[in-house]
Design a protein around this ligand. Sequence first.
Ligand code: ASP
Length: 334
Amino acid sequence: MIANLVTATRSSGAPLTADSKHLLDVDSLSPEQIQTLGSRAIEFRQLRASQPFKSDSLRGGSIYTLFFENSTRTRVSFEHAGKALGADVINIAASTSSVNKGESLLNTVLTLDAMGIDALIVRHPHSGAPHFIARHVNAVVINAGDGAHGHPTQALLDVLTLQDHLGNLKGAKLALIGDILHSRVARSDIIAFRKMGVEIAIAGPPTLLPEGWTPGPNSLGIPGTEVTVHETVEDAVRDADAIMCLRLQLERQTSGLLPDVNEYSRVWGINAERLALASPGAPVMHPGPMNEGLEVSTDIAHGDLSLVENQVENGLVMRMAVLEHFCAPTREIA
Ligand code: ASP
């Protein structure tokens, strides 16, 4: 367990308060806290750039990642982040655990918690699974994606990436394109970007929009999550300061919602012509994994205006900031 943690000095940012022990979604974070985590992530980025970075701020701590769904970026960056901060990190893939012998989610997490771990990073196909786990374990629970519900660290890194690029986010217009209904990234991004004062323009197949959403103003039903739905992708991206493409969540879609993926690319895909409608220099983001040629054309995905790799780098340093904050809450944060 983490004890007598070494204090790493923070040169900027408002103090974080441990309002919530867990990070289950971004709605528990204030704009100031999002900003503070972003400032800390930038410090980590600078430290990593100037020297091989290793801190011992989580020395003696143990972090388990428990993934019931596939992942490359999120799982690896959490592991890398935990190790960079000096913690022991153990990865558990549900597919190779006793879950395969029929062990329940509750008994699985109670077993892990009994090892005396500090944090459990959880990804699960069912919305609310991390919230359920958080009610039963002593460890800090960090949601690494639950069903179509939330992906808080993705939203934090997306905010950081766009802020890096645009400077000020207040009043900026972000076009969010694609499968809004099944995307936990869409939901967490809407909450986080709206908190930071970003206007959000939505476009996607009507069958892949939340129930009841029609062209015009809509919201997630949470105060402060107002968005504008457009009938066409052209209308949504026109004069946008940035475009976020979303992956088609084919694994979460019931049949018939999307008759033809090629038709999707023709009608909703981001390509050079559509990008030209956005503000000059507007960047394109994608949380990954990309279905290249479907949600975004290859030239744009790897072009000068793509921030996809910046998102990956920021994913690592943001997860360092998150782990440092949530796994060492007793530590003095200057
Ligand atoms: N990697 C992100 C997630 O786990 C985005 C995606 O899979 O579409 O939600």
